[in-house]
Design a protein around this ligand. Structure first.
Ligand SMILES: [Zn+2]
Ligand SMILES: [Zn+2]
Length: 171
């Protein structure tokens, strides 16, 4: 498989440059281990985090840039009014900084690995055998079986049984 691997130091530099441009000199930039989430802004600790996997493997640099700007616009929004969400005030800031004014950001990931390949474990339902791909072995029950046989409520009978995923790719 052919894919681009981005440099985390270049992305870090780029993010810090953007953060400084928007007056966030007192904010910290860091990478986090999220696999589904692309980025997050911890508004009270003043930390902007970008998923390491998103940063390294996203094939379209504009998508990474968009994630950074998305989090920066939350930070600006928070500075302006003490909280932030995805309402019209935030959307206005998002447009001004030049990112997609949507909670879903740039949209579909171009990381060249599937969720299956990025999941350490397979959680198997002891009742219907449905496979759930997960990175943590949380004590949860099969959603389908809880819905179909227990009025949508948790039941011990359907707690997932985990095994290592043989297709897992350590990134
Ligand atoms: Zn957001
Ligand atoms: Zn099930």
């Amino acid at each position: 498989m052919d894919f681009i691997k981005n440099s985390t130091s270049i992305i870090r530099e780029h993010a810090i440059k953007l953060m400084n441009e928007y007056g966030l000199e007192d904010w910290t930039f860091q990478f986090c281990n999220g696999k589904q989430l692309h980025g997050k802004a911890n508004l009270t600790s003043k930390i902007i985090s970008i998923s390491r996997i998103h940063a390294i493997y996203e094939q379209n640099f504009n998508a990474i840039n968009d994630t950074i700007l998305h989090e920066i616009s939350h930070a600006i929004d928070f500075k302006n009014r003490g909280y932030s969400n995805h309402d019209k005030h935030w959307k206005q800031i998002a447009r001004e900084v030049g990112c997609v004014p949507s909670s879903r950001g740039y949209g579909k990931s171009t990381v060249p690995f599937t969720k299956k390949q990025m999941s350490k474990y397979i959680g198997i339902c002891p009742n219907c055998n449905k496979n759930y791909y997960r990175n943590r072995r949380l004590k949860v029950a099969c959603r389908n079986c809880c819905n179909n046989f227990n009025n949508g409520k948790f039941s011990k009978r359907f707690i997932l049984i985990y095994k290592p995923n043989e297709d897992y790719i350590q990134l």
